[in-house]
Design a protein around this ligand. Structure first.
Ligand SMILES: Cc1cc2nc3c(=O)[nH]c(=O)nc-3n(C[C@H](O)[C@H](O)[C@H](O)COP(=O)(O)OP(=O)(O)OC[C@H]3O[C@@H](n4cnc5c(N)ncnc54)[C@H](O)[C@@H]3O)c2cc1C
Length: 337
């Protein structure tokens, strides 16, 4: 038994790891180094043992592999059963999950069964000490679970000093993917799942997959539009610029809510977190919830008619003007005529 490790839930589907699993492995490595402990990755599925090497390359020391036909596709009860049993046996101090559809379903169930806390959608995780003002107890090296609260107006640091494991979810794209080292040594611990009829109450009869309409996380250039675009047709101009630059089209929530473009394109706190090389914000005011999803972009160009729009003060290049005039000029300039 290896107590006090830092664990991540290695979400996979059809033998492919979700990118957030690798991002979290890198973060767990950093936390574990600070805590002088090991990183464990919990990998559940069927015929998925080949993924262990990928997790190790990103920082995992131990892969807890539960390979079983009942775990082929995600189902809440069998997955929760296996992870709860593993946590009880090995007693990690921290478990992190991706804030994906699966992670958001699984982590709360585990937290409730293990009687521990869970902080959703963390934007940072750090290790630090904590003096509890209620019990006057000092806690060494616990997990700071950091996330925006109250609509992004405060950044809250949440701690769970009295229960283990400390658990958090983190959205895709928030933690940086660390480079892979394919020569890192690792150990795989096979796990025999203890799944009873009680966990098998849901049967998967058919599966339908819808491919992502757009994968903003992978785009190096994003041309994003807000309420200022004014209409669904207005987005054609942004698509044209994105095509010329070889980029993807993003949007603010106001543009999505107005029906100009689908939710898959939304950037921000409740959309996708992106960090492209170039982010062009067109007719977006720069509300804190939007900025939360794009402020890590390497270069930001903002086009806005209002010189006081908050987005302009965070942009590397601020263009004060009407997007309907500025974007065609940019397209012409990039095309060279
Ligand atoms: C819990 C919560 C979560 C949220 N999550 C998100 C999120 O994930 N993503 C997100 O984006 N928002 C999110 N929001 C909404 C956010 O608070 C803002 O309402 C939203 O970002 C505003 O979008 P916008 O900038 O497009 O619209 P507006 O704030 O209306 O800004 C439009 C801008 O366009 C400019 N403009 C108008 N016409 C033109 C023109 N012709 N040329 C150039 N500029 C022009 C205007 O000057 C203005 O600055 C969230 C809100 C809450 C409460």
């Amino acid at each position: 038994m290896a107590e006090n490790e830092v664990w991540i839930f290695a979400e996979q589907e059809d033998g492919v790891l979700n990118s957030v699993a690798l991002e979290l492995t890198g973060k767990a490595r950093q936390l574990a180094d600070e805590l002088r402990t090991k990183v464990g990755a919990v990998l559940l599925g069927y015929h998925c043992e080949a993924l262990a090497k990928e997790l190790a390359a990103h920082g995992a020391d131990t892969i807890y592999l539960a390979d079983h036909p009942a775990l082929r596709y995600y189902r809440t009860l069998p997955y929760a059963r296996v992870i709860c049993d593993l946590v009880r046996e090995h007693r990690p101090q921290i478990v992190i999950y991706g804030a994906t559809v699966v992670g958001r379903d699984l982590a709360p169930r585990i937290a409730s069964e293990l009687w521990t806390g869970l902080t959703a959608d963390c934007t940072d995780l750090q290790i630090g000490d904590y003096d509890d003002p209620f019990t006057s107890r000092h806690h060494d090296q616990i997990l700071y679970q950091i996330r925006p609260a109250f609509g992004g107006n405060v950044i809250a640091t949440i701690v769970g000093p009295n229960h283990r494991p400390q658990m958090a979810t983190v959205r895709e794209g928030v933690m940086k993917l660390t480079p892979a080292d394919n020569h890192r040594p690792f150990q795989t611990i096979p796990v025999t799942p203890r799944i009873t009829d009680a966990e098998e109450v849901v049967e998967i009869i058919e599966r339908h997959r819808t491919e992502r309409e757009v994968d903003l996380r992978k785009a190096q250039i994003i041309v994003s539009g807000g309420a200022g675009v004014g209409s669904k047709e207005g987005f054609d101009l942004l698509r044209e610029l994105a095509n010329v630059l070889g980029g993807a089209v993003g949007a603010s929530r106001a543009a999505v809510d107005a029906g100009y473009i689908s939710k898959a394109h939304q950037v921000g706190q409740t959309g996708t977190t992106v960090r492209p090389r170039l982010y062009i914000a067109c007719g977006i005011s720069g509300a804190v919830q939007h900025r939360a999803g794009m402020q890590e972009s390497s270069k930001i160009i903002a086009i806005n008619t209002n010189p006081d729009a908050p987005i302009l003060s965070m942009a590397h290049y601020a263009i004060i003007g009407d997007l309907n005039q500025v974007i065609p000029m940019m397209i012409r300039a990039y095309r060279g005529h």
